[in-house]
Design a protein around this ligand. Sequence first.
Ligand code: R5P
Length: 292
Amino acid sequence: MLVTSFAESRLLAESIAERLNVPFALVEHHRFPDGETLVRVPAKLSSSVVFVTRLDNPDPRLFPVLLVADALRRGGVRRRTLIAPYLPYMRQDRVFQTGEPVSQQVLGRLLSEAFERVVTMEPHLHRIRRLGEVMPGKSVSAAPRIAEWVAEQAPGALLVGPDEESAPWIRDIARRANLPWVVGRKQRLGDREVRLDLPPLPAVSRAVIVDDIASSGTTLAAAARALRQAGLRQVEAVVVHAIFAPGAEARIRRAGIGRIVSCDTLPHPTNAISCASLLAAAVAPRSRKTSP
Ligand code: R5P
């Protein structure tokens, strides 16, 4: 097996290769003045290649990924695995208003044609339950690593999921970390507007909001305001995918969140929880052990 990536995902890709104890090689990426892309995969390939990429801001990133898949096939690779720790377009999983596409299925078709399997982390699956319904792949939970982090860094804290959909996930993290948990009731009113109500809270002074994605930061900010109003003195946040659109961090800070940390599924200054071992284990051949 060989692990590859563009330079921008090198850190995570190298750490996955290290845990698998297999070589890593960069894929060259050239942008022509007219905006077209040329990629060049390593000359020495193996029959199984893992390509690691970030897919936030997906539109300019997706086409180069398809070019890589084509080059790998032409290089004789039989098993092409895409590790895209963050999968975009998962939230448009149905036609909400006439005239819209089902973007999730479009992405699924593209990636299914290009790769033999896709491995991702905490995809935002709502109306479908398994990633396999959209593309041949595996979704990995960040719960074990998040639970380790909260148990060590926020002992005694209340874990708060912003919406009812997150309940099974928050319960899993809370059980692993042996911490109390609640979920709120969230209603999205617009891109940057949500309404969030919390249930009655246990008597604690510290809370950690746990969510899969921080995009505009509106959800974290609304949850933090609700917790502050309920009298919580210390409010922190852990997210898996640190998208943080412009203005998001300021919005979150204004709402009174002290510390924000994220998993390293997308490179960001808040990255504090490494998920490389979980991703490596997901692609490791059954006979091969990965290092922690
Ligand atoms: C949605 O239900 C997700 O779990 C996140 O809460 C949401 O995507 C966060 O988006 P934003 O930061 O824009 O509120």
